[in-house]
Write a protein that binds this ligand. Structure first.
Ligand code: HEM
Length: 511
């Protein structure tokens, strides 16, 4: 009887054992194939990352991928296999090879599995400039490009000064009540207000309401983080059956994203109602001026791109500014030097203008060093190698279909390219840099990327960062309120850093 029951149990178990054993054998075979027979098998990398995509996905969801990739480069060298079909590079030539436009090969499209879902398919669904495929993108870039020419950015001088002054005024009032303020939040208010006026024709009024956030700002960062995590899971088609469960978790984020969409429509509609106005400098004013039929955008395209511009332009610049304050506070000698330069250059705050700040050589070096040690995105933005048969990247042959990127955080701290790569040393960027930095490979630092899909807002970002930092340094003394906190080191890294509050004690400089 007992033997019969055991037999019954076994026959019930058998299919489960069979299925488990088959899955194990298949995944082992798949891993062995990737390690020994895959075209990328000759490239070095950690065994588990080279055999399976899962370690990459888990590290990415945890917000640790850029840190891990730096470790890998330090162990395996300038080219490393970070997933079965993906390579990360550090060398400066790789920028052009992967992201640039060259006559002898096709443009490598964005990898839609990594960070731009829906990019590169030809669906007619409306796409923003970041998610558009390369053909749609060329048209959008041409149309939006007119609002980003050097002349157009120079024309934004008054707007930049207005928001820099507003930041100083409101922060001065706030420190009368509490001398410790979260500068991460204040920089967010400033860059969102400024980029809102530039892209929507209307600010979020965070600054002039005395430093109050707006739901739009709170949604952006949370949305990017949840988005990055869900896109990773979507690599596994089987997991799509979990979509309803995932949507439950992301329910709140999705609701807020929809609110953002509706808000954008409302402000863009209101701005379009006002029509073209001579002298206004917002992006929509440029578009309203267009007469050519092929340059006319549909409403849905206007909404999508206005949203894209605000998201792409605000978080990044606020992140850099928060980072620069953090690194200055941790390096008293650098802070003292840059304060001396800025305070010595101007007698009145009103002399600080977008033009005059371009003369501040040391402050510009401080910003360059912050872009190296704390690039607003530490991630690698992968491109899909698409030339028939493959192409050369940094002197080595890479097969077609391989995903390739340069992780900003990893390349900029790679020991072979920089003397004392972990140290914050603005002097390395000076024309007469000390001799120990003479061999630094500065050209590897490309935080705005290169090629046709590099940052359209680079000129505006520099103008914004320079005037905002100069005003802050001229008007305030500052020190970290939590001196021991390793702020940058404790952040999680997704497409952008998941910025946490930076509490700084401020004192108005008395003159
Ligand atoms: C420190 C500040 C900034 C950094 C580090 C930065 C960085 C980047 C990077 C790395 C990309 C390429 C992303 C990709 O390959 O998918 C990019 C694209 C873009 N950025 Fe920026 N950005 C900054 C500021 C701005 C500003 C101020 C604006 C505009 C107001 C802006 C608008 C855009 C847009 C629209 C794109 C997409 C361009 C295209 O696909 O043609 N960015 N940015």
């Amino acid at each position: 009887m007992e033997a019969f029951t055991l037999f019954q149990k076994m026959s019930l178990l058998e299919p489960a054992v069979f299925v488990t054993a088959t899955c194990l054998i298949l995944s082992l075979t798949y891993g062995l194939y990737n390690l020994y027979l895959h075209p990328l098998a000759p490239y070095p990398g950690p065994i588990l990352y080279s055999a399976y995509r899962l370690p990459y996905v888990i590290t990415n969801i945890r917000g640790k991928l850029p840190f891990r990739v730096l470790d890998m480069h330090r162990t395996y060298g300038p080219v490393v296999r970070i997933a079965p079909n993906e390579l990360a590079f550090t060398s400066p030539e790789a920028w052009n090879d992967i992201y640039g436009l060259q006559s002898d090969r096709v443009q490598n499209p964005k990898d839609e599995q990594a960070y731009t879902p829906g990019a590169n398919n030809d669906s007619r669904e409306t796409k923003g400039i970041v998610n558009a495929n390369d053909v749609q993108h060329a048209r959008l870039r041409r149309i939006y490009g007119q609002a980003f020419t050097q002349k157009a950015i120079e024309g934004l001088g008054d707007m930049l000064v207005k928001y820099a002054n507003l930041l100083v005024e409101q922060l001065s009032l706030a420190i009368e009540k509490d001398d410790v303020q979260d500068l991460s939040a204040w920089f967010n208010y400033t860059t969102f207000d400024l980029t809102g006026e530039f892209s929507f024709g209307s600010a979020f009024h965070c600054l002039d309401s005395g430093g109050k956030s707006h739901f739009f700002l709170d949604t952006v960062l949370a949305g990017v983080v949840v988005g990055c995590q869900i896109w990773q899971l979507e690599r596994y088609k089987l997991l799509t059956i979990l979509q309803p469960v995932l949507s439950l978790f992301a329910g709140e984020a999705i609701k807020k994203q929809e609110m953002m969409g509706r808000y954008t429509q409302k402000v863009v509609d209101a701005r379009l109602e006002e029509g073209y106005q001579v002298g206004r400098k917002d992006v929509l004013n440029y578009l309203l001026q267009n007469k050519k039929e092929e340059d006319q955008l549909e409403r849905a395209e206007l909404y999508e791109n206005a949203l894209t511009l605000v998201v792409a332009g605000s978080e990044t610049t606020a992140t850099l500014l928060t980072g620069v304050v953090y690194y200055l506070c941790r390096h008293a000698d650098v802070l003292e030097k840059v304060q001396k330069e800025v305070r010595g250059a101007f007698e009145q705050g009103g002399e600080i203008t977008p033009a005059s700040v371009n003369e501040l050589e040391y402050m510009i070096a401080v910003l360059a060093e912050t872009l190296r040690i704390f690039p607003p995105s530490g991630f690698g933005f992968p491109r899909l190698i698409s030339s028939k048969g493959g192409q050369s990247v940094a002197g080595g042959w890479v097969p077609e279909g391989t995903r390739c990127s340069i992780f900003h955080h990893a390349a900029y701290r790679y020991d072979e390219y920089f003397a004392r790569p972990e140290d914050f040393v603005p002097e390395r960027w000076l024309v007469n840099a000390p001799s120990e930095f003479k061999n630094d490979k500065r050209e590897v630092v490309q935080p705005f990327m290169v090629g046709p899909r590099g940052c359209i807002g680079k000129g505006l970002a520099y103008a914004e960062m320079r005037i905002l930092l100069a005003k802050m340094l001229w008007h305030f003394d500052f020190e970290l309120a939590d001196a021991a906190k390793q702020w940058h080191e404790s952040l999680r890294a997704f497409l952008i850093w998941e910025r946490t509050p930076l509490r700084v004690r401020l004192r108005k400089v008395q003159r």
